[in-house]
Design a protein around this ligand. Structure first.
Ligand SMILES: [Fe+2]
Length: 350
């Protein structure tokens, strides 16, 4: 495994770059916009391909690198389902798995610092965002923060992990880089409380100033979505009504780009093929399956995903590969369901 902890000294943010192996797929947790060039360089140096960029929550102290990384690498952007961002490619909930080749993160919903805060467990380590810091905990006084929820997330979820689990937070202001659950149980001053009331009392009396960047960062971080308008203006977009009319038409190949887990949880559009977004490039390359299918005259590729972001990027990639009839369903499966489009159960595990 490749594991890199990167630091942004302006916001004291830790960013984690993780890959299964050299030459394989990578994911990044809590990237900072100002550091995107560095990440791109490091990805090249380590010879890994970024496929997923994840934010643990909407940050108030720095602008996220999610949108820039998506635009540069066509990776999938991931946040929790509670996040009020305009569009991310994939939304996760408690218990979901975030997979790339060679590794998986388990999603833990840990609200309290914000109502959209998640932690991610990977084998011997947990990425705690701002929920649990080293010898501290994330403040709970803005962005729908809730000290009682923070207590519950920490005491009833994170501290239930084995004591030797490594704790990698999203920030540290003193220079510490990693801790363990056992160490935090014993030495974190905020956790030496006898009751939720005692913890709430501490958190409600921190009297911290607002983060310097808050007025800039929060609005910017709520607008990370890829604009699907340009795709539409070029005629590469179907609304749900138009998409319903092509169901069952043999000259249209409907392709679901979501991960297997998303299909199992949310269902699929009947009659669609499954090509997970990370496999798209190989499928569009000469000799690839989609290229062969769509290469016959009169055939049209219709991509869809969860919200239309991955499929918009897929349309661009297919057009670049010379498949000039490729299009997508605007707004994805989410819009399809809201419009009352028919669905069926996704496959269970292979
Ligand atoms: Fe935060």
């Amino acid at each position: 495994m490749i594991f890199r902890q990167l630091f942004d000294s302006v916001s004291s943010t830790y960013t984690y770059l993780i890959a299964g192996r050299s030459g394989g797929e990578a994911l990044i947790i809590d990237p900072v916009l100002d550091k995107v060039e560095r990440y791109i360089q490091l990805l090249a140096e380590l010879d890994v391909k970024l496929v997923k960029a994840i934010d643990t929550h909407v940050h108030a102290d720095h602008i996220t690198g999610l949108g820039a990384l998506r635009d540069r690498t066509r990776c999938i952007t991931v946040m929790g389902r509670e996040s009020g961002v305009d569009v991310v490619s994939m939304r996760v909930a408690d218990g979901d798995k975030i997979e790339i080749a060679g590794l998986a993160l388990e999603t833990l919903y840990t609200p309290g610092h914000t109502d959209d805060s998640y932690s991610f467990l990977m084998d011997d380590r947990v990425f705690t965002g701002d929920t649990l810091l080293i010898r501290g905990t994330g403040r709970t006084d803005f962005q729908n923060g809730d000290p009682a929820a923070s207590y519950d997330s920490i005491f009833n979820k994170l501290l239930k992990l084995p004591d030797d689990t490594l704790v990698y937070p999203a920030h540290d202001y003193k220079g510490d880089t990693v801790s363990t659950i056992g160490e935090e149980k014993a030495f974190n001053p905020r956790l030496q409380v006898q009751s939720v009331e005692e913890y709430v009392e501490i958190m409600n009396n921190l009297n911290l100033p607002d983060p310097k960047m808050m007025d800039v960062a929060v609005p910017a971080n709520l607008q990370v979505g890829l604009s699907q308008d340009e795709i539409e203006a070029r005629g590469w977009s179907l609304d749900c009504g138009a998409a319903r009319e092509i169901l069952d038409r043999p000259d249209h190949i409907l392709v679901d780009l979501r991960d297997r887990g998303e299909r199992e949880r949310h269902g699929v559009i009947p009659g669609s093929a499954h090509v997970p977004y990370p496999d798209l490039e190989a499928n569009l390359a000469p000799g690839g399956l989609l290229r062969q299918l769509a290469g016959s005259p009169g055939q049209r590729l219709v991509f869809y995903c969860a919200y239309g972001e991955r499929s918009a990027m897929a349309v661009q990639a297919a057009q670049e590969a010379g498949l000039s009839t490729a299009c997508h369903i605007k707004g994805g499966f989410d819009a399809w369901k809201k419009a009352g489009g028919p669905t069926e159960a996704g496959e269970s595990a292979p």
